[in-house]
Design a protein around this ligand. Structure first.
Ligand code: SAH
Length: 344
C-alpha cells in the first residue's frame, strides 16, 4: 500500500485521477492530511463513503502514536516518545519561545554517525523515516497540545543529510501553502558534517538555516569524538561551509558542545577563532549534557565565559544555548535510549 502522506499535492492529484475521481478531491484530502492532521480516512467527512473505501484499500496513513509524554515543570518543554507503524520509537521535543513554538524533530530511527557524546547512536541505526513520519511528529504534537508550531529544528535523532531525499521532500511539503506553510526561514537543519550532503543542499538554494555540529577546533580533537571527521576533515568541511554561504547568502550556525577538558581550553578558542574569522556565521556554545553511557562532563561557567572572550577577539558571533527541559532528558536520543534500556 502506498504511503499517502508522503505524496505531494500534484502526485496525489494523479493518483486520485487514476482512481477515476476528480482532481479537486485530492486538494480536499491533502488538506485533511496536512492542515487538519487527520489520522484516518473516516475523519474526512466531506469525502464520499465510496471514495473513502477506495482510499482505505489503496493507501496507508502513516502517523505516530504517543507512547510517552513528559512535560518539564521548569519551562513547559514537552518531550514525546512516538511509536511508528512498525513499533519503532522516535523522539520529538516542543519548546516555547517568545516568538512561538519550536519543534525538534527526528529524521531517522537511530543513527549511523557514532558521535561519542551523543545518545542517539548508541544502539545503532535502524531505518530512515519517511517524509510522512517526519511530518507526523509536527501534526500530532500540534493536535495534542492544541497549538500552532511556527519553527522547526531538525536536531532530533538521526542525521538528516544521511536521509537526504526524504528530508528534502519533507521540507518541500512542510513549507507548501497547501499544508502547514512553515517558511524555510523558520527551519533549521543540523548536520554532523556530511560534506557530500552539504554540497547537494547548497544547490537547492533553500532559505533554511544550516547548523553544523562542529564541536572541535581541529582534526585531532574532532576525530576523537566524531568518526565522520575521518571521512571529511575540518578543512574540507569549512570550505564546503564557505561555499554554502557564498551560494545561499545564508549565515551558518556552528554548534559547539563544551566538554570539560576535551575542547574547552583558551587554546581551542583561539584555534576556532582563527578558523572562523571573517565567515558569515554564528557559534552556539552548548554545555554538554552528560549521557549515562558516556564519561563527558560539561564545562564550568567560568571556562565558558573565558572561551567566549577569546572568540570575541576574532569578531566571531557567539552565544550560549539556553537549556530547556533539563528535568525530562530532553536532549538527543536520551528518552528513546532510556525506554529501550527498560525493555532490555
Ligand atoms: N545528526 C545531526 C542532527 C542532530 S542535532 C547533527 O549531528 O547535527 C543534535 C545536536 O545535539 C548535535 O549538534 C549534536 O552534536 C548535539 N548533541 C548530541 N549529544 C549531545 C550531548 N550529550 N550534549 C550536547 N549536545 C549534544
Amino acid at each position: 500500500m502506498t504511503d499517502i502522506k508522503s505524496l505531494k499535492l500534484d502526485e496525489l492529484k494523479n493518483e486520485i485521477i487514476s482512481l477515476g475521481e476528480k482532481s479537486f478531491k485530492a486538494t480536499q484530502i491533502y488538506s485533511w492530511l496536512h492542515k487538519k492532521g487527520a489520522v484516518s480516512f473516516d475523519e474526512m467527512t466531506d469525502i464520499s463513503k465510496n471514495l473513502r473505501e477506495k482510499l482505505k484499500n489503496n493507501y496507508d496513513i502513516y502517523t505516530c502514536s504517543i507512547e510517552k509524554k513528559l512535560v518539564s515543570v521548569y519551562d513547559g518543554t514537552v518531550k514525546y516518545l512516538f511509536k511508528l507503524y512498525d513499533g519503532e520509537l522516535i523522539e520529538s521535543v516542543v519548546m516555547k519561545y517568545k516568538y512561538g513554538y519550536t519543534i525538534c524533530v527526528s529524521s531517522q530511527v537511530g543513527c549511523k554517525m557514532g558521535c561519542r557524546f551523543c545518545a542517539s547512536g548508541i544502539a545503532g541505526f535502524v531505518r530512515n523515516l519517511a517524509p510522512s513520519e517526519i511530518l507526523s511528529q509536527i501534526y500530532v504534537a500540534q493536535r495534542d497540545l492544541n497549538i500552532r508550531i511556527s519553527h522547526i529544528v531538525m536536531m532530533g535523532v538521526g542525521e538528516p543529510l544521511d536521509n537526504y531525499e526524504n528530508v528534502i521532500r519533507f521540507l518541500s511539503m512542510i513549507s507548501d501553502e497547501n499544508g502547514l506553510n512553515i517558511g524555510m526561514r523558520n527551519i533549521s537543519l543540523s548536520t554532523c558534517g556530511v560534506v557530500s550532503g552539504i554540497e547537494k543542499l547548497m544547490k537547492e538554494k533553500l532559505q533554511l538555516t544550516l547548523s553544523i555540529s562542529l564541536h572541535a577546533p581541529n582534526d585531532e580533537i574532532r576525530s576523537r569524538t566524531m568518526p565522520v571527521n575521518d571521512r571529511w576533515g575540518i578543512d574540507e568541511l569549512l570550505s564546503a561551509c564557505r561555499r554554502y554561504t557564498d551560494t545561499t547568502s545564508r549565515r551558518i550556525s556552528f554548534e559547539y558542545a563544551m566538554i570539560s577538558g576535551v575542547n574547552d581550553s583558551d587554546e581551542c578558542a583561539h584555534e576556532l577563532g582563527r578558523r572562523l574569522k571573517g565567515m558569515l556565521c554564528h557559534v552556539n556554545l552548548i554545555p554538554v549534557n552528560s549521557v549515562k553511557e558516556r564519561d563527558y562532563r560539561k564545562s564550568s561557567d567560568t571556562r565558558i565565559n573565558s572561551f567566549i572572550k577569546v572568540l570575541e577577539k576574532y569578531s566571531v558571533n557567539v552565544t550560549v544555548r539556553r537549556t530547556l527541559g533539563s528535568d525530562i532528558n530532553a536532549s538527543c536520543g536520551q528518552l528513546r535510549r532510556g525506554e529501550n534500556n527498560n525493555k532490555e
